[in-house]
Design a protein around this ligand. Structure first.
Ligand code: ZN
Length: 182
């Protein structure tokens, strides 16, 4: 088990584009393990490498009772139909806002051995895959909110106890995550 600290809103690693993985070596397998352990401990539905301070295109997910999975260098095809619903983020602890997403997604990429894989999902899995892929592009879910909701979100963030903390010390969210933290 290796549980790492999760980077919080304000950390520059969360707003830059992560690099493609080119070598599928022992370090990548360790990164997938760290992401999985930290995600399950949080607990979260998904976790992207930049959230651990690693600027590589890797994320893990674990939706409902399924086994945890991972995807490297994802390329997404989104469905036309959309879904609404609350979404949260382990890097924006304790807050959730209605976020519009595509209802379904087909995600192509690699596993940790460099083999081609495809993940198809809808509803929460599709939301999770879109949220984590956004992290790899330096995009946070609050960037996806409509103008009014985004204003509310930014106000809530500024008032959050962790806002502006140099090094947030907690490992677990002090708040209920409602199973929505990604
Ligand atoms: Zn997130």
């Amino acid at each position: 088990m290796s549980i790492k600290d999760i980077r919080i809103f304000g950390d520059p690693v969360l707003t830059k584009r992560a690099d493609e993985v080119k070598e599928f070596d022992k370090e990548i397998r360790q990164l997938v393990q760290d992401l999985t352990d930290t995600m399950l401990d949080a607990p979260g539905v998904g976790l992207a490498a930049p959230q651990l301070g690693v600027a590589l295109r890797v994320f893990t997910y674990c939706v409902e009772e399924d086994q945890p999975g991972h995807l490297i260098n994802p390329v997404l095809t989104l469905s036309q139909d959309e879904q609404e619903g609350d979404e949260g983020c382990l890097s924006v602890p304790g807050l959730a806002f209605n976020t519009k997403r595509a209802f379904g997604v087909v995600a192509k990429g690699k596993n940790m051995y460099g083999e081609d894989i495809v993940i198809e999902g809808s509803e929460l899995l599709a939301r999770c895959i879109q949220h984590e892929t956004d992290h790899l592009d330096g995009i946070l879910f609050i960037d996806r909110l409509d103008t009014e909701t985004r204003k509310l979100a930014m106000k809530a963030i500024r008032e959050a106890e962790w806002f502006g903390m140099d090094k947030p010390t907690f490992k677990k969210s002090p708040h209920e995550t409602f199973g929505l933290s990604l």
